[in-house]
Design a protein. Structure first.
Lengths: 230, 498
C-alpha cells in the first residue's frame, strides 16, 4: 500500500526551509517563467528542472522534491505516463498536472495515473501557491465533473476491485454532492460533519484511486519497460 | 430520396415483366430437335408386300423416293441449294408426315427456314418424322447439298397423310429449284425468283453409281417443346440487364453514401486539426504571454503603475484563453457527445456563477456517455443556456440556481431554474431579456424553448431538442446541410452554426 517511506519529507509550509518543487516542462520559455515565478515566493523553491519525462524519471528521485509540476503534453513519454512511473518510484511525492487548456478527460486520466491535482498553466501565481499548499496538505481540489467521473470509474471497476479499494457509502455520498455542484462547506453542512472530515474523505478517495491505478499501472508498465528501481 | 422510388419502380417493372412473360410463354412453344439417331439394319430381299414409309418407320418400300437430282454442271467442292414449297390445304389435319433424304456427299435440311438436320453419308437414307411440324398453309423445303468430289446427287421423298385419307407426296425431281449462291436468307424465302432454275434429274432411285441404300437412319421425331420463359435467351438477357441496372444503381448509391461519409470524416478531421492548431500554437503562445506578464510583474515593486498595467494585460490574456477554451470545445469533434455537452455546460455554469451570489446546483442524468450530439445542436444549446444563466445572474436576484440536464422520451431537456423574484411573462417584452434570442437559437436546430415564471416564485427556462431532429439532421440529410454550409444562402447565416 501507499505508506510513505521512512524518511519521508514532513509536509510543512510555514517553516524556514522552503518547499522543494520540481518542474517537468518541454518548452524552455514556459519552463523558465515557471521557474522564476515559483522562486519569487519565499516559501517555494524550484530544485529540479526537467525537459522530458525520461529526464524527470532520472533526476527527480535524486532531487527528492515535495511536489512535482508536470506538463501533460510531453514529447515521447506523456505527462500521464511519467506521473504513473514516478508515483511507482516515489509514492510520497505530490504531483500536480499542468494543462494549457481545460480538458477534464485528460485531467481525470492524470488523476487516475496518480496525480494529486491539476492546474491550468494560466493560473495566477498566488492561486498556484495556494493549490500547491493545498495538495501538500492532502486536500486536492475536485470539480464536480471530476467527482462524477470518479464515481463512475469506481462503479465500473467495482467488481474487479477488492473490498478495500471500493468507495465507502459516505465517500460516494460526498462525491455525488460534489458532482451536483456543492462546495465542501455545503457538503459539511448537509451531512452535519466538519469541512475537515469532508477533506479527509476526499483524501481517502484519491488514495484509493492512486493505489488501484498504481497496481494496474505497474502491471501495465512492467510489461513494456521495467522502471529503474530506487 | 429519389433512389428509393427508383428501386421500387425497378422491382415493380421486373415483376410486371415476369408476369407478362409467364402469360406469353403459354402460347409460344419453341422447337428443339432430339439429337439421337437410330440405325436400321441392312435391307433384305422383300418376301411379302412392304408397307410404305408412311405407315411404317424405316420401311424397305422405296416407292416414295424421287430421283437423284443435281445442277447441270457437276464439279468438286460444289454447293447446290435446292428449294421447293408446298401447301397443306386449309382446314386439313396432318395425321402423319415423314420424309427421307440423302445426298452425295452432304446435306443440310431446312423446313420453313429452320434447320431440321444434316448428315454426310450417301449409303444411308435419313428418315425424319415431321408430323407435328406441319400445319395448314404454305411450307418451304430448303436443302443445301455439298459435293466433295466426282459424282454428286440429292435424293428426297416425303409423304404427308391427312386425316381425310389424302396423301401428299413430294419427291426430288425437276420441280425443285436451284437457288443461286448470292441469295441471302434463301432458306426463308417463300416465293421463288425468276432466276432460280429447275434442278436436273440424273438417275432414278437405285440407279446410277449409288444403288439402293444399305441403311435407314431414323431421326427421332421432332417434338415441339415448351421452354420455360426463364430459360429463354431474351428473358435471361433482360434479367441480367435488370440485375445490372439494379447493381449500378446500388453501386452509385453506395458510392454516394461512402462519399458522404468520407466528406463527413474529412470535416471531422479538419475540425480536429483546427482545434489542435489553435491549442498547440495560439493556446501555448497566449499561455506564454500570461506567464511572461506574471514574471514581469513579479520583477516590479508592489504598487507600481506598470505592474498594475501588466496585471491587466495578463488578465486580458487569460480571458482570451477562456474564450478559446469555448471555441476549442465547439470545434473539437471529440466533444460531439451528450456527455461532453453536459460536462461543458455544467463547468461553464459553475465558473460563471462563482462570481455571483447564486449557488449553482447541478442535476445531470448519468449514463449519457457517448451519444452523438453534433456541433450545431450543442453550440446553439450552449448559447441559449448561457443566455438563460446571464438573465438569472442579472435579473433574478436568486440565491440558488438548478441546472438540470436529462433525457425525456424523445428529446434532450435542459432546464435552468432559479429561486429568484420571477416575473410575469405577459408583461415582459420578449426582446428585452433575450427570450426571443433563446427561442431563435432553439428553433434554428428544430428545438423549442419554454419560459415559466411567476412574480415571487422564481423562473424556469426549459430547452428541448428532439432526438429525431438531431438524428435526421445528423446524418441522413447531412450532405444537404453540408452543401448549405459550403454555400450559405443570404437568409441563413452560416457563421451562426459554425
Amino acid at each position: 500500500m501507499s505508506k510513505p517511506a521512512k524518511d519521508s519529507h514532513p509536509v510543512k509550509f510555514s517553516t524556514k526551509s522552503p518547499l522543494k518543487i520540481a518542474l517537468v516542462e518541454d518548452q524552455p520559455k514556459v519552463r523558465d517563467n515557471w521557474n522564476q515565478l515559483i522562486n519569487s515566493f519565499p516559501d517555494l523553491s524550484c530544485v529540479c528542472l526537467c525537459k522530458t519525462g525520461e529526464e524527470a524519471l532520472r533526476l527527480i528521485p535524486e532531487a527528492r522534491p515535495d511536489a512535482v509540476l508536470m506538463d501533460i503534453f510531453l514529447p515521447r513519454m506523456s505527462g500521464i505516463e511519467c506521473t504513473s512511473r514516478l508515483k511507482a518510484l516515489m509514492p510520497e511525492v505530490r504531483i500536480i498536472i499542468l494543462t494549457a487548456m481545460n480538458d477534464e478527460e485528460l485531467v481525470f486520466m492524470a488523476l487516475e495515473a496518480g496525480a494529486d491535482g491539476y492546474l491550468l498553466k494560466r493560473t495566477k501565481p498566488a492561486d498556484l501557491r495556494m493549490a500547491l499548499l493545498d495538495v501538500l496538505t492532502g486536500g486536492a481540489p475536485m470539480t464536480s465533473e471530476i467527482a462524477r467521473r470518479v464515481v463512475e470509474s469506481f462503479r465500473l471497476k467495482a467488481k474487479t476491485r477488492d473490498e478495500s479499494l471500493r468507495l465507502s457509502a459516505r465517500e460516494e455520498q460526498i462525491l455525488l454532492l460534489l458532482a451536483k455542484g456543492h462546495s465542501n462547506k455545503m457538503i459539511a453542512d448537509n451531512l452535519e460533519i466538519s469541512v475537515d472530515t469532508v477533506c479527509h474523505h476526499l483524501k481517502h478517495v484519491f488514495e484509493k484511486m492512486h493505489v488501484s491505478s498504481r497496481t494496474e499501472a505497474v502491471v501495465r508498465y512492467m510489461a513494456s519497460k521495467k522502471p529503474a528501481d530506487s | 430520396m429519389f433512389s428509393h422510388g427508383m428501386l421500387r419502380a425497378g422491382v415493380v417493372l421486373a415483376l410486371g415483366c415476369l408476369i407478362l412473360m409467364a402469360a406469353w410463354s403459354q402460347e409460344a412453344p419453341v422447337l428443339v430437335a432430339a439429337p439421337a439417331v437410330t440405325i436400321n439394319t441392312n435391307i433384305d430381299d422383300p418376301k411379302e408386300p412392304l408397307k410404305d414409309s408412311l405407315s411404317e418407320r424405316g420401311s424397305h418400300n422405296f416407292s416414295d423416293m424421287g430421283s437423284w437430282i443435281w445442277e447441270t454442271n457437276t464439279y468438286d467442292r460444289q454447293t447446290v441449294r435446292f428449294w421447293r414449297s408446298f401447301e397443306i390445304p386449309a382446314g386439313a389435319t396432318v395425321s402423319r408426315a415423314r420424309l427421307r433424304i440423302t445426298a452425295d456427299n452432304e446435306y443440310i435440311l431446312h423446313l420453313d427456314g429452320r434447320e431440321l438436320g444434316r448428315d454426310a453419308e450417301w449409303r444411308h437414307l435419313y428418315e425424319y418424322d415431321i408430323t407435328s411440324l406441319l400445319e395448314p398453309g404454305q411450307h418451304v423445303l430448303a436443302v443445301e447439298a455439298y459435293n466433295s468430289s466426282r459424282e454428286a446427287g440429292f435424293m428426297f421423298g416425303m409423304q404427308v397423310g391427312l386425316a381425310s385419307g389424302r396423301v401428299l407426296k413430294i419427291k426430288s425431281d425437276s420441280s425443285w429449284l436451284i437457288v443461286p449462291e448470292d441469295v441471302p436468307g434463301w432458306e426463308n424465302k417463300t416465293e421463288p425468283a425468276d432466276s432460280w432454275r429447275p434442278a436436273t434429274v440424273e438417275n432414278a432411285f437405285g440407279l446410277g453409281p449409288w444403288g439402293v441404300m444399305d441403311y435407314i437412319d431414323l431421326v427421332p421425331p421432332m417434338q415441339p417443346t415448351f421452354i420455360p420463359f426463364w430459360q429463354t435467351t431474351w428473358f435471361q438477357v433482360l434479367i441480367l440487364s435488370v440485375c445490372g441496372i439494379v447493381c449500378l444503381v446500388s453501386f452509385s448509391l453506395a458510392t454516394q453514401l461512402l462519399l458522404q461519409k468520407k466528406e463527413k470524416q474529412l470535416l471531422l478531421h479538419e475540425r480536429a486539426r483546427i482545434a489542435r492548431d489553435i491549442h498547440d500554437d495560439i493556446g501555448t503562445r497566449v499561455t506564454q504571454l500570461v506567464l511572461q506578464g506574471e514574471v514581469a510583474q513579479s520583477e516590479l515593486p508592489c504598487g507600481s503603475k506598470t505592474r498594475a498595467r501588466l496585471e491587466q494585460i495578463s488578465e486580458e490574456a487569460r480571458e482570451v484563453l477562456l474564450a478559446m477554451d469555448e471555441i476549442l470545445w465547439a470545434i473539437n469533434p471529440r466533444r460531439d457527445t451528450l456527455h461532453e455537452f453536459s460536462t461543458f455546460v455544467c463547468g461553464h455554469a459553475q465558473t460563471f456563477l462563482k462570481a455571483t451570489p447564486i449557488q449553482c446546483v447541478l442535476d445531470v442524468e448519468s449514463g449519457m456517455s457517448a451519444e452523438a450530439f453534433d456541433l450545431p445542436f450543442r453550440r446553439s444549446l450552449l448559447m441559449a443556456v448561457k443566455e438563460a444563466l446571464n438573465n438569472a445572474a442579472k435579473h433574478s436576484g436568486a440565491t440558488e440556481l438548478l441546472l438540470k440536464i436529462h433525457r425525456r422520451g424523445t428529446g434532450l431537456i435542459v432546464a435552468v431554474q432559479d429561486n429568484g423574484k420571477g416575473f410575469d411573462p405577459l408583461q415582459v417584452k420578449a426582446e428585452r431579456n433575450g427570450l426571443a434570442n433563446m427561442n431563435q437559437r432553439l428553433t434554428e436546430v428544430g428545438g423549442s424553448c419554454r419560459v415559466t415564471s411567476q412574480p415571487g416564485k422564481g423562473c424556469r427556462v426549459e430547452f428541448n431538442i428532439p432526438f429525431v431532429q438531431m438524428r435526421r439532421q445528423g446524418w441522413w440529410s447531412n450532405w444537404r446541410s453540408s452543401r448549405r454550409y459550403a454555400r450559405p444562402s443570404p437568409s441563413q447565416p452560416a457563421t451562426r452554426n459554425l
